[in-house]
Write a new protein. Structure first.
Length: 509
């Protein structure tokens, strides 16, 4: 790496705020991609002749590669340097996106999505760990992670709007092509602006058994949940995937405790605050991902909204997330302990979710959905901001990439679990409702009404579970996360050598 790419450890980077713009842009691209493709999926399926049985692979191929390779991507970022991993990840993601946009058959589409996942797994932990090592002042760190947390939380809903516009007014292929300018701008900016702190590389030999075991274990776990959604929880392959995942991940932990240079040093996850963050964040994402799915279907199928109108309907949630993250979270993070933001934040989100259990076919958007979305956004934004900061707080520079990867892993696995688990609960409740009521429907219009009522019944049944999950996330955050508010004067690692710890304030993520 060039001399301009590395700065002395412990010296604040003069370009750090410019760097944040490009890091945030890259994060937005990755988060957008998670939802933008969902809006385009029906059109892409028709154009490419993808069967109903195979269409899930457009989403699953990405999720498997991304979720399975995140720890490996985080370790590569620590080994190569985060700036290099960030730029390579962006370039690869752009090429894979272009390939997806140009797809002529289902095999090409599935391959492009898997390739996006591979480079996303390199890009995402590199972006977060760059923030972790560049922003060392507590107040500045709070602002930086506030912006990052708002994008991480609200970007998915922005994807629904952008996906709706592109699909409705241009072509589904533009939901892939749109990533290219994002990536080019972010990569060019990062190359010229980012100067990574020195002394933070982890040049230990790569833990090959750890890479294989963690990748296979996470792939089996994510695939088990995605298969459960389509084939059921009692399916033999589904059960086999869960068993294989438990065995592989248990073996992974056993190996990591004994090898000299582990892929995932257990000190990263056994530290009380980080362990609490990963667990509560994963649970919150389970609730959120399921909700996005249900509300999208509710608005489009039950209420008859267009894709663009559906996207705009999510705007209050985005506004709430941005406000909660950049105003409430950022302003209070240097004044109160992180758990006093995370716990109440998750509880406010649970209150918004509780309102949605009252959904009916004729529910008013202004009277029910609007306040529910505002509460959800405010709560999640307030909780995500300290969580994003604390998950990488106080880790040694050589572990920053892996600690960042664990944040993304908890989100990715949480998303897979949330979609499968809550969808299964909803489908079961819908089937049961329709079976109980269809007999009393004499006309065809009455039968259609029962079908819609059954769908809404399914959504509300699953949302009750999401409320419970958010309450558990709040309890975990309040119980396990015990870091105090940042000490504005002291920094950890001050006076240490370059290969010890980058000076970082005592904050939490």
């Amino acid at each position: 790496m060039s001399e301009t790419a590395v700065k002395a450890p412990g010296v604040p980077d003069a370009n750090r705020w410019k760097a944040l713009v490009f890091i945030a842009l890259a994060q937005l691209m990755v988060v957008l991609d998670a939802t933008i493709v969902n809006i385009a999926l029906p059109s892409a399926q028709q154009d490419l002749g993808i069967s109903d049985g195979n269409r899930q692979w457009v989403v699953t191929a990405y999720a498997l590669a991304f979720g399975g390779l995140l720890l490996f991507g985080g370790r590569i970022a620590d080994l190569w340097g985060r700036k290099r991993a960030f730029v390579v990840g962006l370039a690869g993601f752009a090429l894979a996106s272009a390939l997806g946009g140009a797809a002529t058959n289902e095999a090409m589409m599935f391959g492009a999505r898997a390739l996006q996942g591979v480079f996303g797994a390199l890009l995402a932990p590199a972006a977060l760990s760059l923030l972790a090592v560049m922003f060392t002042d507590a107040k500045e760190r709070a602002k930086a992670f506030g912006i990052y947390g708002a994008i991480a939380g609200g970007g998915g809903a922005v994807g629904l709007i952008l996906g709706g516009f592109l699909t409705e007014y241009l072509d589904w292929r533009w939901t892939f092509y749109v990533n290219v300018p994002f990536a080019v701008v972010a990569a060019a900016g990062a190359w010229f602006v980012i100067r990574e702190p020195g002394g933070g590389r982890n040049r230990s030999p790569l833990d090959i058994p750890g890479v294989i075991l963690s990748t296979l274990g996470l792939v089996a776990l994510v695939y088990g949940f995605t298969r459960a959604e389509s084939e059921g929880w009692s399916d033999a392959v589904t059960i086999a995937m869960f068993v294989a995942s438990v065995v592989l991940l248990a073996t992974f932990v056993f190996v990591e405790a004994r090898v000299k240079a582990p892929l995932l040093p257990l000190r990263v996850i056994t530290e009380r605050n980080r362990g609490g963050i990963y667990l509560s964040l994963g649970l919150a994402i389970i609730a959120m991902f399921g909700l996005f799915l249900f509300l999208t279907y509710y608005l489009q199928v039950v209420k008859g909204y267009s894709p663009v109108r559906t996207g705009f309907a999510f705007l209050p949630m985005i506004a709430g997330m941005i406000t909660g993250s950049t105003q409430i979270g950022t302003r209070l993070m240097t004044r109160v302990a992180p758990r006093l933001l995370m716990g109440p934040g998750f509880l406010v989100a649970a209150l918004g979710m509780l309102l949605l259990t009252q959904l009916e076919i004729g529910s008013s958007y202004a009277a029910l959905l609007l306040p529910a979305m505002l509460l959800l956004g405010l709560g999640m934004g307030t909780a995500f901001m300290p969580a994003m900061s604390l998950a990488t707080q106080g880790v040694e520079p050589r572990d920053a990439g892996v600690a960042s990867a664990m944040v993304n892993t908890s989100q990715q696995v949480g998303g897979a679990i949330g979609t499968a688990l809550l969808n299964t609960i909803a489908a079961s409740a819908t089937t049961s409702y329709i079976a109980d009521h269809i007999g009393s429907a004499a006309s065809r219009s009455q039968q259609q009404l029962v079908q819609l009522e059954g769908q809404v019944q399914g959504y509300t049944s699953a949302i009750w579970f999401a409320v419970g999950i958010l309450v558990v996330a709040a309890a975990i955050a309040l119980t396990l996360v015990n870091a105090g508010r940042p000490d504005m004067g002291a920094v950890t690692g001050a006076g240490k050598g370059a290969d010890d710890e980058v000076p970082v304030p005592v904050v939490a993520h």
